[in-house]
Design a binder for this molecule. Structure first.
Ligand code: HEC
Length: 118
């Protein structure tokens, strides 16, 4: 009886660990589309939005989790359309990227930003 209940608690501990591990894995993995978006983000957006390498007075906002609230930093609704408009038209010190991304690349960029992870 004693042995059995100890086995049971080991089993519970082990399955708890496995759930923990798979949860962690699911969070870290990007889909191929999100991974393409991350590549574009790293190449085109990160130098400003992560590092502000031009030392802009208006510090480019952190875009990780930009879709997790109701509004973008400017206060406009956090929708795909408004992010696409920002990218295509620019905003303040942010340049326009009109013609720089294909539709597929734009979709990948949005998918990455929706993932909200690095
Ligand atoms: C030259 C630096 C620079 C680059 C490159 C840049 N941004 Fe920005 N971005 C800014 C600045 C500065 C702001 C703040 C603009 C403002 O509100 O005046 C901004 C704001 C934004 C916002 C918030 C808009 C809002 O309504 O609050 C989004 C979304 C955004 N950028 C996305 C991107 C994406 C995606 C890329 C890459 C394709 C990118 N930016 C590249 C400088 C940059």
């Amino acid at each position: 009886m004693m042995r059995l209940s100890r086995l049971g608690s080991w089993a519970a501990l082990l399955s708890g660990m496995m759930i923990g591990l798979s949860g962690c894995h699911a969070k870290a993995a990007l889909t191929p589309q999100q991974a393409e978006g991350k590549h574009l983000y790293d190449a085109r957006c990160a130098h400003c939005h992560e590092f502000n390498d031009l030392a802009l007075k208006k510090v480019p906002p952190n875009l990780h989790g930009v879709f997790s609230g109701a509004t973008l930093p400017s206060g406009t609704p956090a929708t795909d359309a408004n992010v696409v408009r920002t990218v295509l038209s620019g905003r303040g010190m942010m340049p326009s990227f009109a013609g720089r991304f294909t539709d597929e690349q734009m979709a990948a960029l949005l998918a990455y930003l929706h993932a909200g992870i690095r």
